[in-house]
Design a protein around this ligand. Structure first.
Ligand code: GLN
Length: 455
């Protein structure tokens, strides 16, 4: 695999690879296996993985895709990283992403964009673009990503892999470089729902180091993925499952080719025994302004720690402390990050706080309530992940137009609900299209089960 990673370096999936560490870990896994230490305690023994560069790691640099953290070495491992290592996984390296996870195309990486293996002139999606490319190009069987407003689901969709964002609080955020803390969640990406289940199992669970991690029992995700529903028959494994189709997800704003692929996947769900029902998420459109107020607000606060003093880039020359801050931050952050810090500072400032931030918080609550109303009539919600297939790199220069493409992933993020993207088929140019399934809180098992049935 290390040779394959090197041979496909032009795809831009990796920001760091450490052969020595990977080989040492793999050797250790072999030793353990020789001693018979395989099995339940080490379910991922010897499985090669790689982490989005948002997770801090002791053995490899952690940059968050930013010049601000170029060459930064963390003194500790993120909880998700140490849990996967404890399960036996071998880490090959760190994966490219949009700077501080801000973006949906990987073009905001301070280093280079990750390229879509289906057509290298196109985006891989983002912000976990490197994580998606590494799986889609078969560089590693599974990776970690993070999803704040769609960053696991959307790149999974655009590259034809499976990715799940669990319920907010399911995975620890300790050691995940923070973007918008009330939204950030870790999630696995892999070739199948079943592989995702194996990773999610190891990643999940309460962590006293993260105050927002939930004291919620972790079910057996692998068993849930392959479970037989009580009412199921041999050819109808999804019998009795009610799948809600929000009418707002199927209107204008979705390209015809994506709609066709999504509808084909829905027909397949029906063939597998599911019933399709129409539901409504009336505030879907509002999720864009709500997210693009709340996420930058939290980002502006989280990113204040990059001051050139404690860690990160420091300007070479400065007059006084203020000049040090100004120069270090001007040099270290890219344009999208600066834009979000400015938006965030503005919406939190005295005189505008009530009009923007407070209103956004209220609407966020209503968006979550809309989902609960919809879940009265269905078990899962289905729709597209992204409005179009992967666009060419460099073809979008209007940031607001780019934000609009997040419309189908933001509602679940704002509500804290789990969502999965599974391959639905192909759209324009033979490019992959994902089907999104959204579940109620802690229902990752049901998402993985339905995704598995489709695969
Ligand atoms: N595209 C969204 C944004 O730019 C989502 C990013 C994410 O989930 N990290 O904020």
């Amino acid at each position: 695999l290390l040779a394959r990673v090197a041979a496909h370096a032009s795809l831009g999936a990796f920001l760091a690879v450490d052969e020595e560490i990977a080989l040492a870990q793999a050797g250790a896994a072999d030793l353990w296996r020789a001693r018979g230490v395989d099995g339940p305690a080490h379910p991922l023994l010897g499985v090669p993985i790689a982490h989005k560069d948002i997770f801090v790691t002791r053995d490899l640099p952690s940059t968050a895709g930013s010049k601000m953290l170029e060459g930064y070495r963390s003194p500790f491992d993120a909880t998700v990283v140490s849990r996967l290592a404890a399960a036996g996984a071998v880490t090959l390296g760190k994966l490219n992403c949009d700077e501080f996870a801000m973006g949906g195309s990987n073009e905001n990486s301070a280093y280079f964009p990750a390229r879509n293996p289906w057509d290298a002139s196109r985006i891989a999606g983002g912000s976990s673009g490197g994580s998606a490319v590494a799986v889609a190009a078969r560089l590693v069987p599974a990776t970690t990503g993070t999803d704040t407003g769609g960053s696991v689901r959307q790149p999974a969709s655009l590259t034809g892999v499976t990715g799940i964002k669990p319920t907010y609080g399911r995975c620890s955020r300790y050691g995940m470089i923070a973007f918008a803390s009330s939204l950030d969640q870790a999630g696995p990406m892999a070739r199948s729902a079943l592989d995702c289940a194996h990773l999610l199992q190891a990643m999940s669970g309460f962590d006293p180091r993260d105050a927002t991690s939930a004291e919620q029992p972790v079910p057996d995700f692998v068993a849930a993925t392959t479970a037989r529903r009580e009412v199921a028959t041999a050819d109808q494994p999804l019998k009795g499952l009610r799948v809600g189709l929000p009418k707002e997800f199927f209107g204008e704003g979705v390209s015809a080719d994506v709609l066709t692929a999504v509808r084909a996947a829905l027909a397949e769900l029906e063939r597998l025994g599911a019933t399709l029902v129409e539901v409504s998420l009336p505030r879907t459109e509002l999720s864009i302004p709500v997210y693009y107020i709340i996420a930058p607000a939290e980002a502006s606060s989280n990113l204040s720690r990059f001051d050139g003093v404690r860690y990160g880039h420091r300007a070479a020359q400065y007059k006084d402390l203020n000049d040090l801050y100004r120069k270090s931050r001007s040099e270290g952050f890219g344009p999208e990050v600066k834009r979000r810090i400015m938006i965030g500072t503005y919406v939190l400032s005295h005189g505008y706080y009530d009009a923007y931030y407070l209103q956004a918080q209220k609407l966020r609550r209503m968006i979550a309530d809309d989902f609960q109303a919809a879940f009265k009539d269905c078990d899962l919600i289905a729709g597209p992940v992204a409005p179009t297939v992967a666009r060419p790199i460099g073809s979008q220069t209007d940031p607001v137009a780019e934000y609009l493409a997040d419309i189908f992933t933001l509602p679940a993020s704002l509500a804290g609900l789990p969502g999965i993207s599974v391959p639905a088929g192909f759209g324009a140019g033979g490019l992959p299209v994902g089907l999104q399934l959204i579940g109620n809180y802690w229902q990752e098992g049901a998402l993985l089960h339905a995704g598995h049935a489709l695969q």
